[in-house]
Design a protein around this ligand. Structure first.
Ligand SMILES: [Zn+2]
Length: 253
């Protein structure tokens, strides 16, 4: 084998291994970043990212209420600032509010390796809006790297991953298509990811919202129970003594 080709293959393998061990969302080498729990019990958690985004989030809330299901919402701070009343409605309906950075912008999130500004500001806005400091954080695009995970811990936040309900969701697929994929993704103990918004840009989410109305009755028929992400993982949804945690151990660059 020519030497240049050997070098190329070795470089490729090193990059692939580094990705696999660190930034891949399923990697757990540098810290806890759960997408599920191990269980035989038919339990799952529905989670919704990138909202609130009226009127889709409003319709989603009606559907969840009708089926008596509690879910977990990971919302960028900017969206919360735009629709604070809707966020309070989500909270008052008994759903869990987690943080999903402030701006959901790639460039902003990578300004520092620790994502400090985005984590801090995102959490502050949730606290200002519902009066409780979130304890759950889903990094945009499920970023996974050691400095981010360490900083989340320092902020008292549990990082939350999950399984994308459908690869077609991003293309605004129909409710039937998304529901079909989501039902195939469901396994006991998993966290499912849907989107009621699109980053901080809004966008039509008829398919995702409609899919929920299809999958809940079907999964109930199969004997599934719906938990919030905090209940499923057995962790706190909110930090009651945030002053004790915030500022305790922050790493800075
Ligand atoms: Zn997102």
């Amino acid at each position: 084998m020519p030497i240049a080709l050997t070098i190329l293959i070795v470089i490729f393998l090193i990059i692939a291994l580094t990705y696999y061990l660190t930034v891949w969302s399923k990697a757990q080498l540098f810290g806890y970043f759960p997408d599920s729990i191990k269980t035989d019990r038919k339990v799952i958690a529905l989670s919704f990212d990138d909202g609130p985004n009226p009127p889709y989030t409003n319709t989603l809330l009606e559907i969840l209420k009708r089926h008596n299901v509690k879910a977990t919402f990971f919302m960028p701070g900017q969206n919360i600032e735009n629709f604070p009343d809707l966020v309070r409605e989500i909270y008052n309906d008994g759903h869990v509010i987690g943080s999903h950075s402030y701006s959901h912008k790639f460039s902003n999130n990578y300004q520092s390796l620790t994502f400090e500004k985005e984590i801090k500001r995102g959490g502050e806005i949730v606290a200002k809006t519902i009066g409780r400091q979130p304890a759950l954080y889903r990094p945009p695009w499920l970023f996974n790297q050691p400095f981010l995970l360490k900083n989340l811990k320092a902020h008292g936040l549990t990082p939350v991953s999950g399984f994308f309900s459908s690869n077609w969701e991003i293309w605004h697929a129909s409710a039937e298509r998304i529901a079909k994929d989501a039902l195939r993704t469901v396994k006991p103990g998993r966290i499912l990811i849907f989107h009621d918004g699109f980053d901080t840009k809004g966008g039509a989410r008829t398919g995702s919202v409609g899919a929920i109305d299809i999958i809940i009755p079907e999964l109930k028929k199969q004997g599934y129970e719906f938990l919030t992400v905090a209940e499923l993982l057995g962790v706190k949804a909110y930090q009651e003594n945030k002053e004790e945690i915030i500022g305790a151990n922050l790493i800075r660059f």
